[in-house]
Write a new protein. Structure first.
Length: 225
């Protein structure tokens, strides 16, 4: 496993831990005798006798999804066919042991394993999560170790940047009445009448009309056919 794959793997653990509110102290790609890299977690209570079964199962699912996340983040989103026969990955092996604790039969083990796996794939493969994992992995390649706080700041910054970009694109889709008048070379009164009569794709924000430029162009193209 190359160093960047390890960084993606550990970033997967870290980002999904953040999403699922599983506290960790740091994540590193510095290898030890036992692992290529790791996330250091604070101890969590997994004593089934100290809580109701539903809460216990919810905690187990969170732990399992965090374990699955590293494997899935490093482009292994297909469920291994032989997961019950071999120790494919130590994280999957640990997840298997946890799932047994909330499963009464072998059938339930398979059901829970598949359900938790698919839920993790859906989460990890979200575009925002993918960007956050990549950003954390890039930071790990540069700094080798990141605190939980540093990961949180990276995750927030990626979300902020993507949201800003999305808002900018959304703004670019709409033009003001003045811009619309200039675009079609028509008087303002006529433009407002077209908005009120819904002759054009326009929406009202407070006292001001905005025209969807993209839909307007499509509408005009259809009329020209």
């Amino acid at each position: 496993m190359n160093e960047y794959t390890i960084a993606i793997h550990e970033a997967g653990h870290a980002v999904i831990s953040m999403m699922l509110q599983r506290t960790f102290e740091f994540v590193t790609i510095i290898s030890s005798d036992e692992t290529h890299g790791s996330c250091s977690y604070k101890v969590t209570n997994l004593d089934e006798y100290s809580m109701c079964f539903r809460s216990f199962k919810r905690k187990i699912k969170r732990e399992v999804m965090v374990l699955f996340a590293g494997y899935i983040a490093s482009e292994n989103d297909k469920l291994p066919a032989d997961w019950r026969e071999t120790e494919i990955d130590s994280d999957i092996d640990k997840a298997f042991d946890l799932i047994i604790r909330v499963s009464g039969t072998e059938e339930q083990v398979v059901k829970h394993f598949n359900k938790f796996w698919l839920d993790t794939v859906k989460l990890v493969k979200q575009p925002l999560i993918q960007q956050q994992i990549k950003a954390v992995a890039d930071a790990l390649m540069e700094r080798k170790t990141l605190s939980g706080y540093a990961v949180k700041q990276i995750v927030k910054q990626v979300e902020k940047t993507l949201r800003k970009g999305a808002n900018s694109m959304e703004k670019q889709k709409y033009i003001t009445i003045e811009e619309f008048c200039e675009y079609l070379k028509i008087p303002r009164r006529k433009a407002l009448e077209m908005c009120r009569c819904k002759e054009i794709p326009a929406v009202k924000y407070g006292r001001f009309w905005r025209v969807n430029k993209e839909k307007l162009d499509q509408q005009m193209a259809r009329k020209m056919l």
